[in-house]
Design a protein around this ligand. Structure first.
Ligand SMILES: [Zn+2]
Ligand SMILES: [Zn+2]
Ligand SMILES: [Zn+2]
Length: 357
C-alpha cells in the first residue's frame, strides 16, 4: 500500500483546568492561561478542513512537539533550544502520540455546533457561543461515533457449524472408510483398455501477450488487470484504487490526512491459436477374460497415439451377494482366477476397497 499525503488538519485539546477547548497549535489555554499538559490528548472535530495558513502548515510539518526537560514548555518539533528558558532540547521528551490514527477524514466546516448552555447553533469555526459566551466543544460525542459492526459469527452459530462438521466426518467414516471383511469367490472378470488418438491441429489458448510463443497466431486481446502494486507503474495503463482518507497525528496538535492506495496494472490478455498435439478420439477394447489387449489404431498422417488407460474388474460372489472390485493394476487383476477365494474389505455401502488372499 502506498500512503498518499493529502495535507494537514488541526486538532483540538481540552484544558484540564477549566475544560475549555483549544486549538492544537495553541500551547496555553485561551480561557484560563494554564499551560497545555505534556500528556494532553488531541482529538479531531466531527468535520475538518485542510490547513492552508502558511504558519500553521510549518507547525504541522515540524512533527512531534518537544517538552523542555527543565521548564516543561512545549516547543515545536524542529527547534533545538527551549523558547522559554533557552535550554538544550536534546534532553527533552518528544510527544509519543506521533503516528496515532485519530479518525477518518471528514471534510467540511458547514456543520453547526450546539451550545451546551443555551442550545444556540453556532458556526463550526466559533470557539465560544455567540449568544452566551460559553466555550464550545468540537469533540465527537460517543453516541455519534460510527459503531463498529459486530464482525464475524456469533459463538452459537460457530458451535452449530462445529457440530455439523463433526456429524459429516462421522458419516464419511461410517459410509466410506470403515470396512468389514467378507470372504468371496471370483465369479467373473472384466477389463477395458483405451488409447487416445492425437492430431497435430490448431488449438485455442489464452495467455498474456508477452508470454506468447513465436508461432502463436493472435485471435484477439483485451486489457485485464495483471497485478497490483504499491506505486504507479512507469508506463502502461493502470488504475488507482484508494481507501477512505484518515487522519494521523503528528504529535504537534495537527494530523496529517493520508490515504492508502494501490495500483492495478493492466496488460494485454490474448486468445491465440497454435498447432499442438491434441486428443481427437479414443479407441477401446473390452473383454471378459484374464488376457487383455491394447486396441489397434489406424493412424492418418499428422496423427499419433496418446495417453493410455486401463481398468480391470474382479466380480465376487459372497453369501448370495455380488461384490465388484475395480483396479488399474494389471498384476493384481491377473491373480483373479475364476473360482479363487479372497478376503474382501467392504464398506457399509458395499464398495470393495481392497482384496487379499
Ligand atoms: Zn483553561
Ligand atoms: Zn525550557
Ligand atoms: Zn450559549
Amino acid at each position: 500500500m502506498a500512503r498518499k499525503k493529502k495535507g494537514y488538519v488541526e486538532l483540538y485539546w481540552a484544558c484540564p483546568n477549566c475544560k475549555s477547548e483549544n486549538l492544537g497549535s495553541v500551547t496555553v489555554c485561551g480561557n484560563c492561561g494554564s499551560p497545555q499538559p505534556d500528556n494532553v490528548e488531541f482529538y479531531q472535530g466531527s468535520h475538518q478542513q485542510l490547513v492552508t495558513d502558511d504558519e500553521k502548515l510549518k507547525q504541522a510539518k515540524a512533527g512531534a512537539d518537544i517538552h523542555c526537560a527543565y521548564c516543561n514548555t512545549r516547543n515545536p518539533g524542529d527547534t533545538k533550544t527551549c523558547s522559554q528558558c533557552g535550554s538544550d532540547l536534546s534532553e527533552g521528551a518528544q510527544r509519543a502520540s506521533e503516528g496515532r490514527v485519530v479518525g477518518s477524514f471528514k471534510a467540511g466546516t458547514g456543520a453547526l455546533v450546539k451550545c451546551p448552555n443555551c442550545a444556540s447553533d453556532n458556526a463550526y469555526v466559533n470557539r465560544k457561543c455567540h449568544n452566551c459566551g460559553t466555550p464550545l466543544s468540537h469533540k465527537i460525542k460517543a453516541d455519534e461515533e460510527p459503531k463498529a459492526k459486530g464482525a464475524g459469527l456469533k459463538r452459537g452459530s460457530l458451535m452449530v457449524i462445529g457440530a455439523v462438521v463433526l456429524v459429516l466426518c462421522a458419516a464419511i467414516y461410517f459410509l466410506f472408510l470403515r470396512t468389514s471383511d467378507v470372504t468371496g469367490v471370483v465369479r467373473t472378470v472384466g477389463w477395458e483398455r483405451s488409447v487416445a488418438i492425437e492430431a497435430f491441429i490448431p488449438v485455442q489458448r489464452e495467455a498474456w501477450l508477452d508470454e506468447l510463443g513465436a508461432d502463436a497466431e493472435i485471435l484477439s486481446c483485451s486489457e485485464e488487470v495483471r497485478h497490483v502494486q504499491d506505486a504507479p507503474p512507469a508506463s502502461g495503463r493502470y488504475e488507482e484504487v484508494c481507501g477512505t482518507p484518515y487522519n494521523v497525528e503528528t504529535g504537534g496538535g495537527f494530523a496529517e490526512v493520508v490515504q492508502d492506495c494501490e495500483y492495478q496494472v493492466y496488460d494485454q490478455y490474448c486468445t491465440y491459436s497454435e498447432l499442438d498435439w491434441t486428443p481427437i478420439s479414443t479407441v477401446q477394447t473390452v473383454g471378459r477374460d484374464l488376457f487383455p489387449d491394447w486396441p489397434a489404431a489406424a493412424l492418418a498422417s499428422e496423427e499419433r497415439l496418446g495417453e493410455q488407460s486401463e481398468s480391470y474388474a474382479c466380480i465376487f460372489a459372497a453369501g448370495g451377494e455380488e461384490y465388484i472390485y475395480t483396479t488399474d493394476s494389471f498384476t493384481e487383476f491377473q491373480q483373479c482366477e475364476i473360482g479363487s477365494e479372497w478376503t474382501l474389505s467392504v464398506t457399509s455401502l458395499g464398495a470393495v476397497t481392497s482384496i487379499s488372499q
